[in-house]
Design a protein around this ligand. Structure first.
Ligand code: NAD
Length: 471
């Protein structure tokens, strides 16, 4: 597997920024203002654990301040560094701007190997980290709102929210200080599936709007298209599940840590996921071909390739051998800059990460709004909608004299629940963002691909915001 990093995330994001901003008509000073990370705080703190004081290093970067609050996850990883945090914070700025989410970009990290610590110790470390962030106004519903990222989950978010609430007893909006919380603690339906769901909507948008698919060999509907996916974790599992169960795609290959599986007739994703949970890997899943050199399957023929595991898996080392007709970047930075150039020259379209995996931050935005509104989404309208739908169904029955079958009656009459609204809002934002991105790609001179179009859109949105509000 081509694991060697051809560029750091920050270098890659900055390089794309330079290419894209050269196609925007902006004054140079403003370009530099947008590109540079505004603030990175290194936080060193100690926690007394196992009878001694243990020191931890963390960071919180605020890339831009054209909108408030700043938004971005907190990563727990042993090898994370400031450069990585700043690159990811920049990516958050562009992702929010592209999607039309009124947040600026931020990111945080703690250098920690979480497997070395017990849950109660992780809780103390997380609470202490929260205090350090709070002391410096780097967390709060109107200032800076973290979320889960690699190595953190809704559990850490619940601890962070609780610690912030203890420190800010009089802040009625304190629960909105962090997103990705458990449902019982102010979370929102559909947050766990959000990035995989967004990936599904991104693929749907491509098939709906990309007219000239014949030359790519992607004619016809999404149904029946073959998909190879790398990583059956949160994002990959949900994307593969929704694309196969709802859109009729055939998941012919899955690449995981221990190797890859291939089955031309299609894999049952739910069964495979349960197998993985039980056995810790994909090996020995019945009716499939296993290859311990998993990454080789990235090069197999398929209609859609979805890298949904980690960065830099398609590089100058293997880009020339990729046979997929469309690549959908569900992971952050799965294609290096050099890999991107090779694929572009070969005419393989790429749906870029800042668009594809923005479902998480989009649903986080809905959670933040829900917390500020102090009410479940859709609650006020639910019964009114059901009554109205029932009246329409009754009218249809009396006008036609026919009886609507019970299952169709139930699904038609039913009012929208929170999950319906979340999916509807996410679907709408993914569709609109795709159309805006596509319009730039198709109408502006010299825009070489969708990634550049996405960055142009994001950069111009941030620029407009700085210009209107004044720098
Ligand atoms: P995850 O840890 O839940 O899943 C990652 C999966 O990839 C795991 O099943 C893991 O076993 C597998 N994997 C790890 N190394 C691999 C390798 N070398 N080869 C094949 N498979 C490997 O993580 P996730 O939350 O699904 O995130 C996946 C990617 O999506 C990351 O790049 C992340 O930054 C990005 N992302 C995630 C979210 C989100 O909401 N979870 C949002 C935006 C971006």
């Amino acid at each position: 597997m081509p694991q060697k990093m051809e560029h750091s995330i920050l270098a890659t994001v900055d390089k794309i920024f330079d290419d894209a901003s050269s196609l925007c008509h902006l004054e140079d000073g403003l370009k530099e203002r947008i590109k540079a990370c505004n603030l990175t705080l290194t936080i060193r703190f100690g926690v007394r654990l196992r009878g001694k004081v243990i020191s931890f290093n963390g960071w919180r970067s605020v890339h831009s301040e054209h909108q408030h609050p700043a938004k971005g996850g907190i990563r727990y990883a042993p090898n994370v560094d400031q450069d990585e945090v700043e690159g990811l914070a920049a990516l958050m700025t562009y992702k929010c701007a592209l999607m039309g989410i009124p947040f600026s970009g931020s990111k945080g990290a703690l250098q920690i190997d979480r497997t070395e610590w017990e849950p109660h110790e992780l809780e103390r470390i997380t609470r202490r980290f929260t205090q350090e962030l709070a002391k410096r106004n780097l967390i709060g519903p109107s200032q800076n709102v973290p979320a889960p990222d690699m190595g953190t989950s809704e559990t850490e978010m619940a601890w962070i929210a609780d610690e912030y609430q203890r420190l800010n007893r009089l802040d009625i909006n304190a629960a909105a200080c962090v997103t990705g919380k458990p449902l019982t603690h102010g979370g929102i339906e559909g947050r766990v599936e959000a990035t995989g769901r967004g990936t599904q909507y991104a693929v749907q948008a491509f098939f709906r709007s990309w007219q000239d698919r014949g030359p790519l060999g992607l004619e016809g509907p999404l149904k029946g298209k073959s998909v190879i996916i790398q990583g059956l974790g949160n994002v990959g599992y949900h994307a593969a599940k929704f694309l196969s169960e709802e859109d009729g795609c055939i998941i012919t290959g899955v690449i995981e840590r221990d190797g890859s599986l291939y089955c031309a007739e299609g894999l049952d994703i739910e069964k495979l996921y349960q197998h993985m949970k039980k056995n810790g890997g994909v090996k020995d899943f019945p009716g499939t071909t296993f290859n311990a050199d998993g990454a080789k399957l990235l090069e197999a023929p398929c209609d859609i390739l979805i890298p949904a595991a980690l960065e830099n898996v398609i590089t100058s080392a293997n880009a020339a051998d990729i046979q997929a007709k469309l690549i959908v970047e569900a992971a952050n930075g799965p294609i290096s800059h050099e890999g991107n150039e090779i694929l572009r020259a070969r005419g393989i379209p790429i749906l870029p990460d800042i668009y594809v995996n923005s479902g998480g931050v989009t649903v986080s935005y809905f959670e933040w709004i829900k917390n500020l509104g102090h009410m479940q989404l859709g609650l006020l309208d639910h019964q009114r909608q059901e009554n109205q739908n029932r009246r329409i169904a009754e009218m249809l029955e009396s006008m036609t004299g026919a009886k609507i079958p019970q299952d169709q009656w139930d699904s038609f009459v039913r009012g929208s629940d929170e999950i319906d609204l979340v999916r509807s809002g996410l679907g709408e934002m993914m569709r609109k963002a795709f159309e805006r991105m596509l319009a730039i790609y198709q109408t502006r001179d010299g825009v070489p691909d969708l990634r550049t179009a996405a960055y142009i859109l994001a950069i111009e949105t941030v620029a407009k915001s700085y210009q209107v509000s004044g720098i």
